[in-house]
Design a protein around this ligand. Structure first.
Ligand code: 1GP
Length: 247
């Protein structure tokens, strides 16, 4: 079964699923594996590996290997640029940063990375990536024209364009570690516009209540990173996210 089918099946079964983001630049590979084991025990469906700065080369290779060696869940690359392609990943979110001003994030990194994705046999999962205010580090690095928080119709239009361009997943991003999540009203508007296209939401989600509101608004996938970097009881923290976002 492909990783995309694995995600699809989990969504059909559970309603909304949880993915754990691990930034290889934030801890040594063994610590990343410990986080991944806790998250897996808590019920996360897959681990995303990525970050905006300092991600590439040996750091990402070793982190992915350690995670795969110690958990049964897929390791999916969440790339910042061509340097994030990693030989041992199961899959990669093949992102197009829809609201970037820079061709680097619209198509150049994709063209440079595609050759490696093919030769390493990594499964590409096509994702329309849309960055919303405040946008955090990724908004700056990706040269995004941030979607204003009070303009859900703009996010919905970008998401629909992604769908019509053939992307099967849309990712609404507020930025890692930001104080506010993507507004639930925006999630609702985007989901209404893309229907059965899968919607991923991440950035700033720290509490069960936030995760629950976003799931209720229409997110098929909730991504958290910082919430567990700050939390010692990883298994319990993830388990409570998973509990509130399921059907
Ligand atoms: C992934 O940016 C998110 O989309 C992760 O954000 O670190 O705030 O959970 P947090």
């Amino acid at each position: 079964m492909s990783i995309e089918q694995h995600l699809e099946e989990a969504i059909s079964r559970e309603g909304t699923i949880h993915l754990t983001l691990i930034d290889p630049d934030s801890q040594p590979p063994e610590e990343a594996a410990r986080i991944a084991r806790g998250a897996t025990a808590g019920g996360t469906t897959a681990v995303l590996v990525g970050g905006s700065v300092g991600v590439g080369g040996r750091g990402i290779e070793c982190t992915v290997s350690e995670i795969k060696g110690s958990t049964g869940v897929p390791a999916i690359i969440f790339p910042s640029d061509v340097g994030s392609v990693c030989t041992t990943a199961d899959a990669m979110f093949f992102l197009c940063l829809m609201n970037s001003r820079s061709t680097a994030y619209l198509s150049t990194n994709q063209a440079l990375g595609a050759v490696f994705v093919k030769s390493y046999g990594i499964e590409p999962i096509p994702v329309a990536y849309i960055i919303v205010e405040p946008g955090g580090t990724v908004g700056w690095i990706g040269d995004a024209r941030l979607i204003p928080r009070n303009k859900p119709e703009i996010a919905a239009a970008y998401a629909l364009a992604g769908k019509y361009l053939g992307m099967r997943w849309v990712y609404l991003e507020a930025g890692s570690g930001v104080p506010d999540t993507v507004p639930p009203e925006m999630v609702k508007a985007v989901k209404a516009s893309i229907d059965d296209t899968r919607l991923i939401v991440g950035g700033g989600i720290r509490t069960d209540k936030q995760a629950e509101l976003l799931a209720k608004a229409g997110a098929d996938v909730i991504v958290t990173g910082t919430a567990i970097e700050e939390d010692v009881d990883i298994e319990n923290k993830i388990a409570s996210f998973v509990r509130v976002i399921q059907h």
